[in-house]
Write a protein that binds this ligand. Structure first.
Ligand code: NAD
Length: 483
């Protein structure tokens, strides 16, 4: 597609009604990468109307056919993986090998969802002889799917697949700074030859078009991933029409190393997680609580492993960490690092921008380790969402779960210990949606998400995540006493 940038509405490629465009920037060079339509409320209304028109036919399309379309989608994602990965690399700053992995993971999520949807069942309700009552899973209706920039392609796939598989129609709004990836996603959707309006993709700022989607009277569900602050604003906007909400929000995830932890293994797992995607993962470790008996050893090994991270041009195959996504986000990270030092924490590594060319351009933040962080420091309470490890020492086991739970978030947590029965007890006490012991991993079969405190509502991924896009409808039939 060349010429004026276009988005996908009602089965057609269209420009924004205003004719305006939005410029997307390459975070590793700070240069303009391209333009996307700057949609306004009228464009959103057009997309929602198209999704409403498409709903009756798509919701009645047999499950096997809906799943087949998703399988085709997964095939196209795999076929186009190199191209999409390159775009994610240019637009988001993801190192190329990681970007390819991300695209393949998105394909896997779509494949899993297409298969699992065929096994989704309702249930029989026991009543009395002569009555047949059952619960049927039905689609919710028109879904607004609003996604964040941190892993843009996966975030779109993990929402679209369950929504479509279960018979909903959708209007997707990718993050404005990663809209080119959003439109690449839309091009693959367009190839599926779905009934016009089944999936629509609009591009533009969240504060205007995202808000319009969240408050639109004809939108039945908002599937949102992003910050807790935006989630709160979406909830308020959606309340006027009592929409169903599925929300994956922020986190400040505690990972706890007990005194019997395998320190080498913990460092291997956690350093991999800390700097992947420049630390811009909702599942990343927000707080490391390390028992005093292994604190010095952990810190030394963690810093050594962090120093080995290769920061550079995401297109260079040697690079293991690229820039963060924007100047604004880098400023947020730097503010939190400065606050930690001002409040008495110890900067052990990084904490600065690279100054040597070519990395003096681009939104780079060096791998950063801050030790001796304490519970009340700003950096221990606010989400950094960057390549910054906040390490805290603890002595008293009785307090550790209370300290870990002392946050407004409840996304995930982890323990490193060789004592399985202790891990089971602690896993029961921690108030988070997921708990990892001696690992940190996710597969499409695992339900993800908070649903706990201010980290969200509902689950994403797995059968549980798919069920969020359905309602349970009771059908009760009097068939006669003889039955
Ligand atoms: P964000 O909240 O700024 O934006 C997310 C999306 O919402 C974007 O598409 C944005 O344009 C849109 N938006 C912004 N204001 C809006 C409004 N008023 N109404 C409707 N839509 C609006 O989040 P972000 O900065 O893109 O992503 C980072 C955040 O996402 C972090 O807080 C991170 O923890 C969270 N996150 C959570 C998960 C999870 O699974 N829980 C996963 C990834 C990211």
């Amino acid at each position: 597609m060349t010429g004026e940038p276009r988005m996908w509405i009602g089965g057609e490629w269209v420009g924004a009604g205003s004719g305006k465009t939005l410029t997307v920037v390459n975070p590793s060079t700070e240069e303009a990468l391209g333009g996307v339509p700057l949609a306004g409320e009228a464009d959103v209304d057009r997309a929602v109307a198209a999704a409403c028109r498409a709903f009756p036919a798509w919701s009645r399309t047999p499950q096997a056919e809906r799943s087949r379309k998703l399988m085709q989608f997964a095939v196209r994602i795999r076929e186009q993986a190199d191209e999409i990965a390159r775009l994610e690399c240019l637009e988001h700053g993801t190192p190329l090998a990681d970007a390819k992995h991300i695209v393949m993971w998105a394909a896997e999520i779509v494949e899993y969802t297409a298969s699992a949807a065929r096994a989704l069942m309702g249930s029989h309700v026991p009543t009395r002889p002569g009555v047949v009552a059952y619960l049927q899973r039905v689609p919710v209706g028109v879904c607004a799917l609003i996604t964040p920039w941190n892993v843009p392609f996966i975030m779109m796939a993990v929402k679209l697949a369950p929504a479509l598989a279960t018979g909903n129609t959708c209007v997707m709004k990718p993050p404005s700074i990663n809209s080119l990836t959003g439109l690449a996603f839309a091009r693959l959707v367009a190839e599926l030859d779905l009934p016009p309006g089944t999936v629509n993709v609009v591009t533009g700022p969240g504060s205007s078009i995202g808000h319009r989607l969240a408050s639109h009277p004809d939108v039945d569900l908002v599937g949102f991933t992003g910050s807790t602050e935006t989630g709160r604003s979406i909830m308020a906007a959606a309340s006027s029409t009592i929409k169903k909400l599925v929300m994956e929000l922020g986190g400040k995830n505690p990972f706890i190393l007990l005194e019997d932890a395998d320190v080498d293994e913990a460092v291997r797992v956690l350093v991999g997680r800390q700097y992947n995607n420049s630390g811009q993962h909702c599942s990343g470790v927000g707080r490391y609580y390390v028992h005093e008996r292994v604190y010095d050893e952990f810190l030394e090994k963690f810093v050594a492993a962090s120093s080995a991270v290769v920061v550079g041009d995401p297109l260079d195959p040697r690079t293991t960490m690229g820039p963060v996504v924007s100047a604004e986000h880098r400023a947020h990270i730097e503010r939190l690092v400065e606050s930690a030092i001002a409040e008495g924490a110890r900067l052990v590594l990084g904490g600065r921008r690279p100054t040597q060319p070519p990395l003096d351009r681009g939104y780079y933040v060096m791998p950063t380790v801050i030790a001796d962080v304490t519970q009340q420091m700003t950096i221990a309470r606010e989400e950094v969402f960057g390549p910054v490890a906040c390490i805290m020492k603890f002595r008293d086991h009785d307090d550790i779960v209370a300290m870990a739970n002392d946050t407004r978030y409840g996304l995930c947590a982890g323990f490193f210990t060789r004592d399985v029965s202790r891990a089971l007890r602690l896993a029961g006490e921690i108030r988070t949606g997921s708990v990892f012991v001696n690992t940190h991993m996710l597969t499409p079969e695992m339900p993800w998400g908070g649903g706990v405190k201010q980290s969200g509502l509902g689950k994403e991924g797995s059968i549980a995540g798919m069920e969020e896009f359905t309602e349970l409808k009771l059908v009760c039939i009097e068939v006669g006493a003889g039955q």
